[in-house]
Design a protein around this ligand. Structure first.
Ligand code: ADP
Length: 271
């Protein structure tokens, strides 16, 4: 059985996944550098080191993410919207609505029962409602972004932010730190402000169950729980793999489909 790969060059992180025998064999995540081609090469190198697989053994590699147009070794490029839809539906077959929250944008994607893309909306104009908002707030709090969810779970009285604007919310966080509000209440307030912003975008499309969250922010339990509460619906968690890898998984699945189509009809060069 062939080995295929997906490579997702995002604004903050670069992810890669190898699928062998229709299963995720291994994955890697690194921080994106300024040059997408270098980030993509680095993450694949890491994956080859981890697995012992060589570039030659990859039958097909699909690229996605904002840097997909600059990856020299891929066979094909597919949009993040399609890859997140594809990946999420494979990981959670009942998924109909996907909210992808990455480092610099947020997307809400609707799929039909077959996993075909129906509609999508994005916010890539403003940091609030993206991972960047959380990264900035974690820095002001002098903690890792991965601590925001863990700490907020301990809160009984989340602070309320006057504004979801990153600049104003930052000033609010400093004010709350200085008035000695417990860190867990500030973290819970940050996660809720983020969830409020995302819910505004999500509500522009009619959410259909099951709802799934993908992207790095899906690892923040505080945001996921706050979002479920605000939207009034259950969020189905991705458990089969790290939700941050969903786009790369989708890309690898597109690679698998292309490979299968080529196998079925060797005279056909492209899908
Ligand atoms: P992109 O694809 O745009 O590069 P990602 O999907 O990788 O973005 O998401 C990056 C965001 O995920 C970061 O801005 C951060 O807020 C969040 N994030 C990453 N790792 C974690 C973690 N372990 N816990 C909570 N949040 C995380």
């Amino acid at each position: 059985m062939s080995i295929v790969a997906g490579c997702d060059v995002g604004s903050l992180t670069t992810k890669a996944v190898i699928i062998k025998n229709k299963r995720v064999m291994d994955s890697a995540i690194i921080r994106s550098g300024p040059k997408p081609a270098e980030s993509a090469a680095k993450v694949m190198e890491k994956l080859f080191d981890q697995t012992g697989i060589s570039q030659k053994e990859i039958a097909c590699c699909v690229g996605t993410g904002y840097g997909r147009g600059k990856i020299p070794f891929i066979d094909h490029a597919v949009s993040e919207i399609s890859c997140h839809g594809k990946g999420a539906q494979w990981l959670v077959p009942t998924a109909r609505t996907i909210i992808d929250i990455g480092g610099q944008d947020c997307k809400v994607i609707k799929l039909d029962k077959q996993g075909n893309l129906l509609k999508f909306v994005t916010n890539d104009k403003c940091a609030s409602g993206t991972g960047r908002f959380l990264d900035v707030m974690a820095k002001v709090m002098n903690m890792e972004v991965s601590d925001l969810g863990r700490l907020s779970a301990k809160s009984s009285a989340p602070v309320i932010f006057a504004s979801v604007c990153t600049v104003w919310a930052q000033a609010d966080v400093i004010k709350h730190i200085n008035s000695r509000r417990p860190a867990e209440d500030i973290c819970a307030g940050i996660n809720t402000a983020m969830a409020n912003r995302v819910s505004m975008l999500a509500n522009t499309l009619k959410i259909e169950n099951d709802l799934c969250i993908t992207g790095g922010v899906a690892k923040n339990d505080g945001v996921v729980k706050a979002l479920a509460k605000i939207l009034g619906c259950r969020i189905k968690r991705i458990k089969r793999t790290d939700p941050q890898l969903t786009g790369a998984v989708g890309a690898a699945l597109f690679a698998q489909e292309r490979q299968q189509a080529l196998f079925n009809n060797p005279n056909r060069r492209y899908l």
